[in-house]
Design a protein around this ligand. Structure first.
Ligand SMILES: [Zn+2]
Length: 298
């Protein structure tokens, strides 16, 4: 078997590639062993995903939605203790759904907590725009999702088709950052964090941490020698915690998607008419008081 990104033999590769990392709540959308070789898997883990997860929005979003790390740890975020004099003292905070912990840098800072101080937590609602790491991440996910949707048993045939120039640009950009300086994408919130969806068959509600799909837009239809050809633009749509990200698979240009949105009343391609959404009522961020468990960081 050959790796879909570097095309080297991957028969001895052991890693299982998660399209969206486990640390963003994806457990099931994975590629089979060897589809992505260990070297490429490690490259994406350290150079793209780790960088992305350390960005302020992703730290803040994972912290407040209690999405744990791959190893089951709660995410720590920087907060500020405000003492009586109004001075801000940095500290780290995490919350596992039951207990909040504040990690102080200096034991003297404990005064800011005990003597009627406040804690300020920065809440970052969206990733920074025109984000290079996010764009490379979307390119990686889009390329992998093409492979995922073909399924392992059909992959042999599809792998030749994947070497077509319409996919090559995306592969090189995702894996090597080559071919274009920045691949633009679309980003917007389509539902709130913590919104619930109702499943009509079981009547249970559930939260969607992430979902993905393709959108194909038909541009033209041609008939040549009795055969009909469709001219399509293919987009990859990924939703994480209610934010929709869209990237064009064929070329670094997102304008076609913006036009499509205009025509479709800005309804997301992943929204279905059967969706019943129950908006999350505003939940207070856990109150941090001196009663909560404190661990002093040495
Ligand atoms: Zn590889």
């Amino acid at each position: 078997m050959n790796c879909i990104f570097c095309h080297n033999n991957s028969d001895n590769s052991k890693s299982i590639e998660h399209i969206v990392p486990e640390s963003l709540g994806n457990k099931h959308t994975v590629l089979w062993r060897g589809a992505v070789c260990d070297k490429c898997n490690n490259y994406f883990a350290t150079k793209i995903e780790k960088e992305l997860l350390q960005q302020p929005y992703f730290v803040s979003a994972r912290r407040r939605n209690i999405i744990k790390t791959k190893k089951g740890r709660s995410v720590q975020q920087e907060v500020f203790l405000v003492n009586k004099k109004g001075q801000h003292v940095p500290a780290m905070f995490d919350y596992d759904g039951h207990h909040g912990n504040i990690y102080l840098r200096d034991i003297k800072d404990v005064d800011s907590l005990i003597k009627g101080g406040r804690v300020v937590e920065p809440i970052i609602l969206e990733p920074e725009a025109n984000n290079y790491i996010l764009s490379r991440f979307l390119a990686k996910c889009a390329f992998e999702y093409l492979v995922y949707r073909t399924k392992e048993e059909n992959f042999c045939e599809f792998s030749e088709y994947l070497k077509d120039e319409q996919f090559e640009l995306l592969r090189k950009y995702a894996r090597y950052g080559e071919g274009c300086k920045f691949w633009p994408y679309s980003q917007r919130r389509i539902y709130g964090e913590g919104d619930q969806f109702k499943d009509l068959s079981s009547n249970k509600s559930y939260e969607r941490l992430n979902e993905m799909d393709f959108l194909s837009i038909e541009l033209d239809r041609k008939i040549e020698n009795g055969d009909e050809y469709l001219i399509l633009e293919l987009y990859y749509v990924l939703v994480i915690l209610g934010i929709e990200y869209v990237i064009h698979i064929g070329e670094p240009d997102i304008s076609g998607y913006h036009k499509w949105l205009q025509k479709n009343n800005y309804k997301s391609p992943v929204e279905s008419i059967e969706d019943i959404r129950i908006p999350n009522e505003y939940e207070d961020i856990p109150l941090i008081t001196e009663k909560l468990i404190r661990k002093l960081k040495k």
